[in-house]
Design a protein. Structure first.
Ligand SMILES: C[S@@+](CC[C@H](N)C(=O)[O-])C[C@H]1O[C@@H](n2cnc3c(N)ncnc32)[C@H](O)[C@@H]1O
Length: 221
């Protein structure tokens, strides 16, 4: 499953042409920036940030197969760590990053409060946090049941790592981020870009009728 995700993240309507542009735009000018990519997966976002001039990239993920793919993609251009994000981030120094990105990993985690406090610690004052998650509206379609349910489903990843997507209500997601002391600067419900219109017309249309992701930019005061 890890390899399958790595391949589809390259050019799929949802990952490449909906969620990723909604992270890259709000990242702004990253020239010379020190970037931490939490849940870096196969390194697609990190690679795009490096292409845009980021000086230092540190990637963290729990899946060895995805980290291997990230290593192939990023070469020597990033320091990659296998680490369970449910555990503390002691190996990262205080105030050592300008930008932290967490693309589509937040809803897999239970220890979100602990992680947000660690992100606050490792970000420089004034630094930026970008978080994306699945949209509660689409979760409702996907999981059914109550919009207030926050259930989790275990998906074995094939390398000893299990991916556990859960759902959050529209109240839980921003309130947790604000409660951790971040300031909300931008919120997007991204629609697929034109590249996806011909390659995956059904998904392109879906994102233009039903929000699939929520992406936020926050500032560490
Ligand atoms: C949907 S993928 C997104 C990957 C990447 N951010 C991207 O957008 O292409 C979710 C990622 O979160 C990672 N992940 C999920 N739970 C994790 C955990 N507890 N610790 C570390 N990584 C985790 C998975 O291995 C996977 O790489």
């Amino acid at each position: 499953m890890g390899r399958q995700f790595a391949a589809q993240a390259t050019d799929s309507a949802y990952n490449a042409y909906t969620e990723r542009p909604a992270m890259l735009g709000p990242a702004g000018d990253v020239t010379g920036r020190h970037v931490l990519d939490l849940g870096c997966g196969a390194g697609h976002l990190a690679a795009a940030l490096r292409e845009r001039g980021a000086a230092r990239i540190v990637g963290v993920d729990g899946s060895q197969s995805l980290l291997d793919a990230a290593g192939e993609r990023l070469g020597d251009g990033a320091a990659l760590h296998r680490h369970d994000l449910e555990e503390p981030l002691h190996f990262l120094a205080d105030a050592s990053f300008d930008l932290v990105v967490a693309g589509l990993v937040h809803h897999h985690l239970l220890a979100r409060a602990q992680l947000l406090s660690a992100i606050r610690r490792v970000l420089l004052p004034g630094g930026t946090l970008l978080v994306s998650t699945t949209h509660p509206t689409d979760d409702r379609v996907h999981f059914g049941g109550s919009s207030f349910a926050e259930e989790r489903v275990e998906l074995p990843f094939g390398d000893g790592f299990a991916l556990v997507p859960g759902r959050m209500t529209p109240e839980t997601f921003p309130c947790e981020l604000l409660g951790a002391g971040f300031v909300l600067e931008e919120l997007r419900e991204p629609r697929a870009t034109e590249e996806a219109r011909h390659t995956e017309p059904r998904r392109y249309d879906k994102t233009h009728h039903l929000p699939v992701f929520l992406c936020v930019r926050l500032r560490r005061p």
